[in-house]
Design a protein around this ligand. Structure first.
Ligand SMILES: [Zn+2]
Length: 112
């Protein structure tokens, strides 16, 4: 795996960062901060709690939608964790959002 310090993402071996194209990429260190995912704020609260419960340090950054004023509920947040915690954090996020992921496309069957 390689790490781009500007984008804070890890990716499979490549000559350049797939996001910004820089060649200044490094092997990730355990304490490098990596982008985990982007979530709407309502889900961000849940994710932050789960990460906290599992002792995974993380921080969140608001993404401001350009030119859109939809109100705070629809604001998105970026979640970052240390590279050393990334796999675990991804597992937790996957678990969480595979169960609760019915907020986008109604793929779930409707139980009445
Ligand atoms: Zn990059």
């Amino acid at each position: 795996m390689l790490y781009c310090e500007d984008c804070k993402i890890v990716f499979e071996d490549a000559k350049r960062c797939p996001a910004c194209g820089t060649k200044k990429i490094f092997l990730p260190e355990p304490d490098d901060v990596c982008l985990l995912c982007e979530k709407e704020q309502i889900w961000g609260e849940v994710l932050a709690e789960v990460l906290g419960d599992n002792g995974i340090p993380h921080f969140r950054k608001n993404v401001n939608g350009a030119g859109m004023k939809l109100g705070a509920l629809y604001e998105k947040e970026l979640f970052y964790v240390n590279y050393g915690d990334l796999d675990r954090a991804r597992e937790l996020a996957d678990e969480l959002f595979s169960q609760n992921g019915s907020d986008t496309d109604g793929e779930d069957e409707d139980l009445e």
